[in-house]
Design a protein. Structure first.
Length: 116
């Protein structure tokens, strides 16, 4: 599936559900064999916090801080910041939208003309 969507560099995580019903010895063997595995129980909630933390750690994080004043006619850039970045502050002023945010390098480059 990952190869079909050209995501071969994405790390695969094995998630085993129904841990509350599984044989503990089988689960231990699986954990030793599959280093990137998480055992969870949707019924009891066991392991779900660990799974969420792993997913959050694996997702790409924006790493460039920007402070920009984006003119209103460039609302497309403001939308991209909201969609792919982490907005720290946002303020609407007469000249446009003032943002401090954390974004990826490509978006930071697109925003560079509007740096404060």
């Amino acid at each position: 599936m990952l190869a079909d969507v050209d995501a071969t560099d994405v790390r695969e995580v094995i998630v085993v559900n129904k841990a509350d019903l599984a044989d503990p010895e089988v689960l231990d063997r699986l954990r030793r064999h599959e280093k990137h595995s998480i055992v969870v129980s949707a019924r009891t909630g066991a392991g779900l916090d660990e799974l969420q933390a792993l997913i959050a750690d694996e997702l790409p994080q924006p790493d460039v801080d920007v402070d920009v004043l984006v003119p209103y006619e460039r609302g497309d850039l403001v939308s991209r910041v909201h969609e792919t970045g982490e907005v720290l502050t946002s303020e609407h002023v007469a000249e446009g939208t003032r943002l401090t945010a954390r974004v990826d390098a490509e978006l930071a480059d697109d925003l560079s003309a509007f740096a404060v």
